[in-house]
Design a binder for this molecule. Structure first.
Ligand SMILES: *Cc1c(COP(=O)(O)O)cnc(C)c1O
Length: 429
């Protein structure tokens, strides 16, 4: 499979090159040259397949022959080492829980898949190391640290804003050691992000083979389509159309869902639910794309003013806004609405939703008014414990600490404090 840049000013590359580079040299996102729908038999017998078999069928064409089938199956098995249950919340409403992985965030899937692809591509390159550089506002960093831990030929450097991430999140980033280094930046998330962007453009760092591990990287983005297949497998016997609502920040998840639909997965409608960072809902309403600087909210993993994957979604719809609107809606919700939804879901249904999931639930409820006979599914993207400072006071409960989190709580934090880009550069060497 070849990948082209969505800026159309860079050579086409292989899967391997796209994974290693992250972004094309013209700064465009990579996109697969062709998308071939899967055989209808695959969907009619999907309930007989394991998650691993489903994932293999879904991702195979995007990897092509660049990873041998047996190795790809091994990578998938290591990626999907946990469950993806659909949990009934109300009549016709399910939560698709994506948080049962090692760091209790859905980003575990993409991080584990990408790290193992990089390790495979590096296995014979004795003297070359890739450096994965990521800025995190909290959630991505832990998943990347855990996903890449101990992977050969890859060094991971995570920048996070000092005192702006939760204690649990900080420990997930700073206690693993080995090939994972944490840089604690005296500043806010945007400062971390700016330093990372600058490093990618810095010619004098070329020898470091820098790559990113966020959803602009195809190996982080594409495996996210698996969840939609897993939900379909679980709910198929009810014989109803499915509406998915994704709490959206960089729009990687929902973009992967649309890819699953392109492969033939019967999905009736998508809802991109956002917090007050509403660039996409405004675009659908007014027709002009006008990104704004991000605003801080309680669903902070979605505090994104200019979602990087939206351009991929537009590509899948050939930039045809009318066609796109038939399949896709997007709604924005305030923190007050989110908190009130968390409370009502808990009170009426006994279900504990964290803020991102609650935003997804709100968007789903709104859209389902137009789909009376469908089943609605909202993605629950993190375990409530990851956002305990919001969840516990809002619901007036005390959450038990899950084993995955307990295991990092007594480990010692190791980080290096930096203040400026010059210090990052000196560290990279
Ligand atoms: C990253 C993240 C999101 C947003 O996902 P995108 O793919 O960037 O839209 C939502 N919820 C949580 C908890 C996240 O960590």
């Amino acid at each position: 499979m070849k990948y082209y840049s969505l800026n159309h000013n860079a050579p086409k590359v292989s899967f391997e090159e796209a994974v290693i580079q992250g972004l094309a040299i013209d700064k465009g996102l990579y996109f697969p040259e062709s998308i071939t729908p899967l055989n209808p038999d695959f969907f009619s017998t999907i309930e007989n397949l394991s998650n691993e078999e489903i994932a293999f069928e879904a991702i195979k064409q995007f990897v092509g022959d660049e990873i041998p089938d047996e190795t790809l199956k091994q990578i998938i098995a290591e990626t999907l080492c946990f469950d993806f249950p659909t949990v009934k919340v109300e009549d016709s409403i399910y939560a698709l829980e994506l948080y049962h992985g090692p760091t209790m965030a859905f980003k575990d899937v993409g991080a584990r898949f990408m790290s193992r692809c990089l390790a495979y591509f590096n296995k014979d390159k004795k003297d070359s190391t890739n450096t994965v550089l990521v800025a995190t506002s909290g959630d991505t960093g832990g998943a990347v640290a855990s996903g890449f831990l101990g992977v050969q030929g890859v060094e991971v450097i995570i920048l996070y804003p000092s005192e702006k991430v939760s204690d649990i999140q900080e420990r997930q980033l700073t206690t693993l050691g080995q090939n994972i280094k944490a840089l604690e930046v005296d500043g806010v998330f945007d400062d971390c992000q700016d330093m990372v962007k600058k490093a990618f453009l810095d010619e004098s760092l070329k020898h470091k083979n820098l790559t990113s591990a966020n959803s602009i990287n195809i190996a982080r983005w594409l495996p996210q389509m698996f969840y939609f297949f897993f939900a379909y497998k679980q709910l198929k016997s009810q014989n109803k159309a499915l509406v998915f609502s994704c709490p959206s920040g960089n729009f990687g998840n929902i973009c992967a869902g649309i890819m699953a639909k392109k492969l033939g997965l019967p999905i009736e409608h998508f809802v991109a639910s956002t917090n007050v960072n509403d660039t996409v809902p405004r675009f659908l309403e007014k027709g002009n794309y006008d990104p704004k600087p991000s605003k801080a909210t309680i669903s902070n993993a979605m505090d994104v003013g200019n979602p990087s994957n939206f351009i991929r979604i537009q590509e899948m719809y050939n930039n045809d806004l009318e066609q796109f609107k038939k399949d896709f809606s997007s709604f924005s919700f305030t923190d007050a609405e989110t908190l009130s939804a968390m409370k009502s879901i808990y009170k009426a249904d006994g279900y504990i939703a964290e803020p991102h999931g609650a935003v997804g639930y709100l968007g789903l409820k709104k859209e389902l008014q137009n789909h009376k006979n469908s089943i609605g599914i909202f993605l629950e993207t993190a375990h409530p414990i990851k956002f305990l400072d919001v969840v516990e006071p809002a619901l007036n409960i005390k959450l038990p600490i899950p084993a995955q989190i307990e295991s990092v709580l007594h480990k010692e934090k190791v980080s290096i404090k930096i203040k400026s880009y010059e210090e990052l550069k000196a560290f990279l060497g």
